[in-house]
Design a protein around this ligand. Structure first.
Ligand SMILES: [Zn+2]
Length: 110
């Protein structure tokens, strides 16, 4: 719930800045590692916008999978949370490239 709230605060700030009064569509990107459930976010969003100028806005959620990259062989792969070695060369220089996202991608106003 607090994630939704801080996200919506950003949206409100952006709307104020651009003098936008009502919102048509909001697109967000959620990384796998954030542990945010899209359905929970949607539920919180609906509850949050009810009775506000944001009511009726469509929430679009884009899931971002956890991906890894190997510094040894430059392989990119779908990463499991517990994975510590590269599936290609078994090297240990593996870094997470995506999965931490919690971004507002775009906002569409009336
Ligand atoms: Zn590798």
């Amino acid at each position: 719930m607090s994630i939704t709230r801080s996200m919506m605060e950003i949206v409100r700030e952006e709307m104020d800045r651009h003098g936008v009064k009502s919102l048509k569509r909001l697109k967000v990107r959620i990384g796998e590692l954030t542990a945010v459930e899209p359905e929970a976010l949607r539920f919180c969003f609906e509850a949050y916008v009810k009775g506000t100028p944001l009511e009726g806005a469509v929430l679009e959620i884009e899931d971002v999978p956890l991906m890894g990259w190997c510094a040894q062989c430059s392989a990119e792969f779908r990463m499991e949370y517990f994975l510590r070695a590269c599936p290609e060369c078994e090297g240990a220089s593996v870094t997470k490239t995506t999965g931490h996202e919690l971004d507002i991608v775009s906002m569409e106003a009336e």
